[in-house]
Design a protein around this ligand. Structure first.
Ligand SMILES: Cc1cc2nc3c(=O)[nH]c(=O)nc-3n(C[C@H](O)[C@H](O)[C@H](O)COP(=O)(O)O)c2cc1C
Length: 220
């Protein structure tokens, strides 16, 4: 696949076919992704791929945590402060996505259902967790972001689609207990992976970007 096509037509996929992903594809994808650069080649992260029984156990663990009213407890606190110009963009995303689905923002039941879809990996057969050791700061996180981005683009070469999800890092103890990682391995972010359900209306949504002039400047 052309790089331009891989980047331009990538989008967050929120409905997947139940079709499992072949191990050889996953292995090729991970090896390609691992060409992503890191500071001094430190590669200080782990990638955990779950499918079959392990994704089911994690999904059930998430849903049980939510059912029992456990508060979200991410290893990395959510960003609380966002400048107003970014808040506007975030609100616009919510409004346009719910508008696309025809969901009234006041429809609490439907919104809850959509939120829960996050914890069901949007029906994807594969989940991917990106882990970092406790104590890693800004630069390793930057490396991890590059890895995540590379993964999302590389997946398309295998005919697979993705969505990065902060929500999959909301209950890290569930992930650690199912996968057997020690508490010093934090869940930085998760991702759902699989074959897109191309008939799903949710997947016809394309998010916007602000005009380039708000972000980019050239200095010659
Ligand atoms: C680090 C990160 C975390 C995200 N977490 C979630 C999430 O928990 N749930 C969700 O529906 N989308 C999540 N997204 C997807 C973003 O909403 C999406 O990337 C953004 O709206 C741009 O749309 P696009 O990916 O279709 O281009 C996340 C994206 C990133 C990069």
């Amino acid at each position: 696949m052309e790089v331009k096509e891989a980047i331009l037509n990538r989008k967050s996929i929120r409905k997947y076919l139940a079709k499992p992903v072949e191990l050889e594809k996953l292995e090729r994808l991970i090896e390609l992704t691992r060409r992503a650069p890191t500071w001094k080649n430190a590669q200080c992260y782990k990638i955990a791929v779950v499918q079959g029984e392990s994704i089911e156990r994690i999904k059930n663990g998430f849903l049980e945590a939510i059912d029992s009213g456990l508060p979200e407890n991410p290893d990395y606190p959510y960003q609380e402060f966002y400048p107003s110009y970014t808040k506007r963009r975030m609100l616009e995303l919510g409004a346009s996505y719910y508008g696309h689905l025809g969901v009234d923002r006041k429809d609490k039941e439907k919104r809850k259902e959509l939120l829960l879809d996050n914890f069901k990996f949007f029906g994807a057969p594969v989940g991917v967790f990106f882990l970092m050791e406790k104590g890693m700061g800004y630069w390793p996180s930057l490396d991890l972001g590059i890895l995540l981005g590379t993964f999302m683009i590389a997946a398309r070469e295998e005919g697979l689609e993705t969505i990065a999800q902060a929500s999959l890092a909301a209950f890290p103890d569930v992930v650690r207990s199912v996968l057997g990682f020690e508490a010093n391995w934090t869940v930085a972010v998760g991702l759902s992976l699989g074959y897109a359900d191309t008939n799903a209306h949710a997947n016809t949504f394309t998010s916007s970007r602000v005009p380039s002039s708000e972000i980019v400047s050239f200095h010659f």
